[in-house]
Design a protein around this ligand. Structure first.
Ligand code: GLN
Length: 562
């Protein structure tokens, strides 16, 4: 079968949901038995988002082969069976870097190097390389139509259809159709203008996905169709949903996959979406009520920074038939506030990955609280490092224990490895991607994974300092996961605590709704158990129980999962 290409652009506003829409379309096409791949093209000049502040960019998603990529790649992997690689994420920075390096090598000798054809050719080549051997390649163009920097990408995809033929390439444009409460109207003008912008540069979309809060009535669809030169049946409502796993269902109900297959002459029958429907049902009415989990971090004002973590908790929630209420707690504020009033009543506490000194002491306070109050604790990356520091300070009596990343006390229980000391370039130089980890039998990690060896993805520079292994383990810290090749500690837990588990890697990157990650399933299960125990003791001491009442915890940002 000849490879077919779907290019997805966005208009009107950023963050309308191109990534999710692309992932949902991939899911629909995969459910028809097609071999699908996805790519993201980002117009910024950074080579990758690894060096960007999470407040600028949200989470950095790490692939199995160690690429630091846009968080949309996380959606792509969660919605499909695809294992994405470095080449599935392209930035303008990478494209220019390649073209300029070729120029320096003399590969264009004699010629003037230009955006067209050199940059556009490089973009097209990258798409073709990724698409090789696949039935469908979906390419999402980052940014919004009308941005100066997206132009080379849009020009490249215009040429792509010209090169490959109409029957092999379609353009899908995602816009916003806002409802104005004042006049009680759905407004189509922003969509019209955004499509005009696309047509000015020679791209006529085949389908429009219109993000709205309600189903578009037929007259509005016809109006959009007329002004945008698109068949009315190809104007699709991308209605707001209560959970992201409903998006494939919304498109399916409107026959989007059927229409795409017809337009691209793809012969692949739908096998239905029953597994997606089941997930949505579970999310709508979970049998086991709600648990509240606290995420203690410093990027809590932009919860996109913890996208894969919150999604993975959601997968654990589905597996346990429970609704999770996430309470985002600012670790910096926790440094000077009453930890008891912020954390009591939480069913579980999680410290996700993070960098730098700010807010670190607040996270340590939260970990100490979880350790002493037997609250399930899940520490990821810096969440492991800080658990080791907390234990060293308060249990082993190493009062100056810290990480070389934070301060220069000399007592570095977390330190830089030899390799990292030589690093001069900041970009792409952390320990990145998947490494093996051997699990120690009879530990919580071993039991929770149900296996003796796993591969997980990393993104960090610092490691547990092996010099401190002896003193830490003598006091009850358990090293439950080890990288035998590099002699590094990958998982740490505490003997005797009901559920205290930490990992140097990021398990959240491998969790999917249909394959929830065992550590997240275990953490949510432990949190549920803890909630039930809290309830029991609440009943027994009902008069004195106000300190455990969830109603007290309102000061920080609270977000209902989904
Ligand atoms: N800042 C720590 C390091 O570089 C932890 C990184 C993380 O949490 N992803 O090792």
């Amino acid at each position: 079968m000849k490879t077919k290409y779907i290019f997805v652009s966005g208009g009107v506003l950023s963050s309308v949901g191109k990534g999710l829409a692309s992932a949902a379309m991939a899911a629909l096409l995969e459910s028809r038995g097609l071999k699908v791949t996805l790519m993201k093209m980002d117009p910024y000049l950074n080579v990758d988002p690894g060096t960007m502040n999470p407040f600028q960019h949200g989470e950095v998603f790490v692939t199995e082969d160690g690429a630091e990529t846009d968080l949309d790649l996380g959606h792509y992997e969660r919605f499909t069976s695809i294992n994405l690689k470095r080449e599935n994420s392209v930035s303008a920075g990478q494209v220019y870097e390649t073209v300029i390096a070729k120029e320096r090598r003399g590969e264009y000798l004699g010629g003037t190097v230009q955006v067209i054809p050199h940059i556009t050719d490089e973009i097209k080549d990258r798409v073709k390389k990724v698409a090789k051997g696949k039935d469908v390649c979906i390419v999402e163009i980052g940014g919004t139509v009308g941005d100066i920097e997206s132009l080379p990408f849009l020009e490249a995809i215009r040429q792509f259809r010209f090169d490959m033929g109409e029957e092999n390439v379609i353009f899908i444009h995602l816009t916003l159709v806002p409802y104005l409460g004042m006049s009680g109207e759905l407004k189509t003008k922003p969509t019209q203008h955004s499509v005009q912008k696309l047509r000015e540069i020679g791209i006529q979309p085949d389908f429009l996905l219109c993000r709205t809060d309600r189903i578009l009535p037929p007259d509005i669809r016809s109006k959009i169709a007329l002004f945008c030169n698109i068949k009315a049946e190809n104007v699709i409502t991308a209605k707001d949903v209560s959970n992201i796993y409903e998006v494939p269902l919304v498109f399916y109900e409107q026959g989007l996959d059927e229409k795409i297959c017809e337009r691209l002459k793809l012969k692949a029958k739908s096998k239905g979406l029953s597994k997606w429907a089941k997930i949505s049902e579970t999310l709508a009415s979970p049998k086991n009520g709600t648990v509240e989990i606290g995420i203690v971090g410093k990027y809590v004002d932009l919860t996109e920074s913890y996208k894969s973590v919150s999604e993975a908790i959601g997968h654990g929630a589905i597996a346990n038939q429970v609704k999770v209420h996430l309470k985002y707690i600012d670790s910096e504020k926790l440094e000077n506030s009453d930890v008891e009033s912020e954390l009591s009543g939480l069913s579980g506490i999680l410290v996700p990955g993070g960098f730098g000194n700010r807010g670190v002491e607040g996270k340590i306070k939260a970990i100490e609280y979880a350790r002493k109050h037997n609250i399930p604790y899940f520490g990821i990356c810096i969440g492991l490092q800080l658990a080791v520091i907390e234990f060293a300070r308060h249990v082993c009596g190493l009062t100056k224990a810290t990480s070389r990343e934070f301060s220069n006390t000399g007592e570095f229980v977390i330190d830089l490895m030899e390799e990292q000391r030589k690093v001069e370039r900041i970009g792409g130089s952390m320990r990145l991607g998947a490494y093996q980890c051997k699990l120690t039998p009879k530990t919580l990690a071993y039991e929770t994974y149900g296996s003796s060896e796993v591969r997980e993805r990393h993104r960090h520079r610092y490691e547990v300092n092996n010099h401190y292994r002896k003193i830490l383990s003598e006091h009850g810290l358990v090293f439950s996961g080890l990288n035998s090749e590099l002699d590094l500690i990958e998982m740490v837990e505490i003997k005797g605590h009901p559920w205290f588990l930490t990992c140097q890697f990021h398990p959240e990157f491998k969790s999917k709704p249909f394959e929830p990650h065992p550590l997240f399933v275990g953490f949510v299960r432990a949190s549920l158990k803890n909630r039930m125990q809290l309830k029991k003791s609440d009943k027994k001491t009902s008069a004195k129980s106000s300190s455990l009442s969830p109603s007290k915890q309102t000061r920080n940002r609270s977000v209902e999962y989904r």
